[in-house]
Design a protein around this ligand. Structure first.
Ligand code: OOG
Ligand code: NI
Length: 455
């Protein structure tokens, strides 16, 4: 048993291999990584309090690790196998995201580690979308698209064999883990050729750019990777100065003292040369790949999340035009709307808006335990609170990231019910509920503190 490599180590090795591959494939992404590293170093030098929080929660050492990537799949069978591939690395599906109302014909989940210790070692996760062919309104095009997808095999024989082996034996040894990483990475690489004809590609494109991106290729190329920044506004400003074309707005909540959930921006997708081979050799191009940046804040409870959704909708409802056309007006509306969201950790805790770790304070032994209730232990400084970072995604933000990288011809919205049941059937399991996971982290941290205090 002990010869098995921990899943977290395989996940970490995989995220490093993915990063290396993407930096080689998309050199502009390397420039973005350098920029983020510069801004993070500046921010930590200026903000001692932030540095202390990050050190308390063990995040300081993992700041420079990429936090996520994204892929898009075509078939239910691809999703089912992808789930098994990620399970080898201790990554499990968390959350269900329906992007159809925002005009993107997919639904999605995020594969990630699910407990604090695992997240600490490698927080890497993959936002994974599945095409919803039933939203293609042209029957003939949909049939041809599905046939085309059925003809591809996105997993190498090597990776399939190692997934089987891991499931049978309960883990992979060192040699197999290395081989797994190099075989698994192949599924996510870029192809400069497309198996379809240029005419078919253009037909797919006119349905939706995303459909062309899935059906037109041999596999689900990683379409972006996303490092974590400690100051996303600074990165957004600096992108322009370093000649990187940024998306117009930062998605998510406004800038705050106590960051909540997730703020995201990206550079615009690149136009890349492609040879279409379905009908002889035809030169063309395709736009799909970009680089993203995220700044993460505290995870919100269902009550906090409802307030976030309400304030975001309010800010967006009052605009004269789209956020992208007038970013300043949008940010103004956003910060006005979010004055209703408490902006100190104590109130976020008292009002039950966010999730926290309980920790014993450094000098807890010299403090009065009083009646030993949690409230007294907090008041007397025996316990302290540290924010639990939000590890998931936001559907409105994700739609904004998709749209900005799909061009201006994007649709405004699909009708049709959200379909978590069908997604989970295709996946082969139910997705984890993210709030249940955060609550468990919070409860566990309290139980551990109380256990230590009782000794
Ligand atoms: C995924 C877009 C969503 C995010 O960070 O919200 C996403 C995609 O473009 O495939 O990655
Ligand atoms: Ni992303």
């Amino acid at each position: 048993m002990s010869q098995f490599i921990p899943k977290a180590d395989i996940r970490h090795a995989f995220s490093l291999a993915m990063s290396k591959m993407y930096q080689t494939e998309v050199p502009l992404y390397k420039d973005l990584m350098d920029l983020v590293a510069d801004i993070n170093a500046d921010t930590l030098a200026k903000d001692g309090e932030l540095k202390q929080h990050l050190s308390n929660t063990g995040e300081l050492s993992r700041i420079d690790l990429e936090r996520h990537g994204a892929i898009r799949l075509g078939l239910p069978s691809e999703l089912a196998t992808m789930r098994r591939l990620f399970a080898v690395m201790g990554m499990y599906p968390v959350g269900y995201y329906d992007l159809a109302p925002a005009g993107v014909p997919v639904h999605s989940t995020a594969f990630r580690a699910i407990d604090s210790a695992e997240l600490q070692i490698s927080p890497f996760r993959v936002f994974c979308s599945l095409l919803r062919p039933e939203l293609i309104d042209d029957d003939k095009l949909r049939d041809t698209a599905l046939q085309t997808l059925q003809n591809r095999q996105i997993f190498s024989d090597g990776v399939l064999a190692l997934i089987d082996k891991c499931e049978q034996d309960g883990g992979l040894n060192a040699d197999d883990a290395d081989k797994f990483v190099s075989e698994a990475i192949k599924t996510f690489q870029w192809h400069k050729t497309s198996p379809i004809s240029k005419a078919f590609y253009e037909q797919l494109l006119s349905q939706h750019r995303l459909i062309a991106d899935v059906v037109g290729f041999y596999g689900p190329h990683i379409n972006h990777l996303t490092p974590r920044t400690l100051d996303i506004d600074a990165v957004q400003d600096e992108m322009g100065r370093r000649g990187i074309t940024a998306k117009e707005i930062i998605e998510g909540p406004p800038r705050r003292n106590c960051p909540i959930l997730l703020r995201q921006t990206s550079f615009k997708a690149l136009n890349e040369a492609i040879i279409f081979t379905g009908d002889g050799q035809e030169a063309g191009s395709h736009t799909a790949r970009f680089g993203e940046i995220e700044q993460r804040g505290i995870a919100l409870t269902p009550k906090g999340r409802a307030l976030y959704d309400e304030l975001l909708a309010k800010a967006r409802a009052n605009l004269a035009t789209t956020p992208e056309k007038d970013p300043d007006a949008y940010y103004q509306a956003l910060s006005e709307s979010f004055t209703a969201f408490p902006d100190d950790y104590q109130t976020l805790y008292n009002d039950g808006l966010a999730y926290f770790y309980y920790q014993l304070s450094d000098d807890f032994a010299s403090k009065d335990m009083g009646d030993k209730s949690v409230q007294t232990l907090l008041n007397n400084g025996v316990l302290r609170l540290e924010p639990i970072v939000y590890e998931d995604f936001l559907p409105v933000s994700a739609a904004g990231i998709f749209q900005s990288n799909l061009g201006d011809d994007a649709k405004s919205g699909y009708d049709g019910a959200s379909n978590q049941v069908a997604f989970e059937r295709d996946l082969g399991v139910a997705v984890y509920d993210e709030c249940t996971l955060y609550q468990a982290m919070m409860d566990k941290s309290l139980a551990e503190c109380l256990e230590k205090l009782s000794k």
